[in-house]
Ligand binder design. Structure first.
Ligand SMILES: Cc1cc2nc3c(=O)[nH]c(=O)nc-3n(C[C@H](O)[C@H](O)[C@H](O)COP(=O)(O)OP(=O)(O)OC[C@H]3O[C@@H](n4cnc5c(N)ncnc54)[C@H](O)[C@@H]3O)c2cc1C
Length: 400
């Protein structure tokens, strides 16, 4: 029989993540989100204290196999944790979510290269000070939605990797949207190796962020997710040995990108789930306290219906996300349609629910005295992250 019952271990992980989210993430997100100068966020000791604590608890290495020093958790547990972290604050949750990307791909695709595992994967897993952080630079100022999934042979990434002897020489710039772009020490870089193949000419490189010629832009000043570090990354004649190309250009690139997008999208949906639940819980508790017309506003039908709709939408999103997570790990290489359905549903739901929960609080909903306006601002970027909801829907619709 199908069961949604969580095991004792799953419940323990969920509780640990919730306590961390409540006691560490939420207060720091609330305080630092208000800083007008976003650069100050990433210089602030409170930001790094939470990151270090997240690493101490092992949240950065959940997806890495146990034999390489990770926790090797199944995706349902990871998503239980991620929902709680995003409930606390989706900016910090996003930093933690993206942190393992380079180490995880090295673990998966270094082809048994023990030297890479010892040099990049184990130190990442053993890190308790948030010194090792990954980023996935793919989008560029001129290539966002069309940096993958396009058959047009004229379109390819501008960041180039050209073979020179037994080294690649990398030149170009990645967009200001790269998550962890300003703080990452290890990059999983997508660069064009063979422009004649269009986007299929892309190779995937492991690039240590301190190599000569790698530089960063300022943190992106943005609407929401203000604690997610996002910054441009520039490559100026960066030289890297040829074995640092983890995945070569060719037909297989499409399959790789599809796999990344399938897993990435489900995670983005879970971030939306956490934000929506945070907004719902705060609005529910307010509606039970706030008296208007001689009774708590939850007894006014318009408010009660809004709250029930939020409850129903959150439950539906979670069920779909869990199904996508279960299917996509038990049926490799997964189903992009299901991942896109879960992500689009959950992030659109988060946008709608956060707007409606602001309405429940009336004027206090837009006041910085409460968190509702922050939840609304945090929900919006989730409809754009890792491919816009429109693009994901369009790509998935071609697979119907
Ligand atoms: C929070 C967040 C985190 C991110 N993290 C990363 C990261 O870690 N690494 C990274 O490289 N990038 C990252 N990005 C960038 C993200 O992947 C891009 O923003 C996204 O793919 C859209 O690209 P764009 O912003 O250039 O918009 P554009 O591609 O210019 O799109 C603009 C609008 O046109 C629409 N559009 C474009 N093409 C089509 C089409 N063919 N049909 C219909 N509509 C179309 C889009 O849906 C959108 O509404 C992140 C973005 C956000 C918001």
């Amino acid at each position: 029989m199908l069961s949604f019952e969580l095991t004792k271990e799953q419940l323990e992980m969920q509780e640990m993540a919730h306590n961390f989210a409540k006691n560490e993430i939420r207060p720091v997100e609330t305080e630092l989100d208000k800083l007008a100068n976003v650069e100050e966020v990433f210089k602030n000791e409170a930001f790094w204290k939470v990151m270090r604590k997240a690493y101490e608890l092992g949240f950065h290495r959940m997806s890495i196999p146990e034999e390489m020093g990770g926790l090797g958790l199944d995706p349902i547990v990871m998503y239980l944790v991620l929902e709680e972290l995003a409930w606390g604050g989706a900016g910090l949750a996003s930093n933690i979510l993206v942190a393992p990307v380079a180490a995880m791909f090295t673990a998966m695709f270094a082809g048994g290269n023990e030297e890479f595992v010892e040099k990049y994967v184990r130190p990442f897993c053993e890190d308790k000070e948030a010194k090792h952080i990954g980023a996935w630079p793919i989008t560029e100022p001129e290539h966002g939605s069309d940096c993958g999934f396009t058959a047009d042979p004229e379109i390819h990434l501008k960041t180039s990797a050209k073979l020179d002897g037994d080294e690649y020489v990398i030149n170009g710039a990645k967009s200001a949207f790269v998550s962890n772009g300003g703080i990452a020490d290890l990059l999983l870089l997508m660069a064009c190796v063979d422009p004649s193949q269009g986007t299929l000419g892309t190779g995937v490189f492991l690039v240590p962020g301190d190599l000569p010629g790698v530089s960063r832009g300022k943190p992106l000043d943005k609407l929401g997710l203000r604690l997610l570090n996002q910054a441009e990354i520039f490559f100026d004649n960066v030289r890297i040995p040829s074995e640092y190309m983890l995945w070569p250009p060719g037909e297989g690139y499409q399959m790789l990108l599809e796999t990344i997008v399938t897993f990435g999208n489900t995670s983005v949906g879970v971030l939306g789930l956490g934000v929506a639940r945070a907004a719902y819980e705060e609005a529910l508790s307010y509606a039970k306290e706030r008296i208007q017309g001689g009774k708590p506003i939850i007894e006014h039908q318009a408010i009660a219906l809004r709250l029930f709709d939020a409850y129903m939408s959150i439950e539906a999103a979670r069920a779909l996300l869990w199904k996508a997570a279960w299917y996509n790990t038990t049926h490799m290489p997964g189903d992009l349609r299901l991942a896109a359905a879960a992500r689009v549903f959950a992030t659109d739901m988060a946008m709608r629910v956060t707007v409606e929960m602001v309405q429940v609080l009336g004027g206090y909903g837009i006041s910085k005295e409460y968190s509702l306006e922050k939840f609304l601002r945090d929900a919006k970027p989730l409809q754009i992250m890792d491919g816009t909801t429109d693009m994901m829907s369009l790509i998935a619709s071609t697979r119907l």
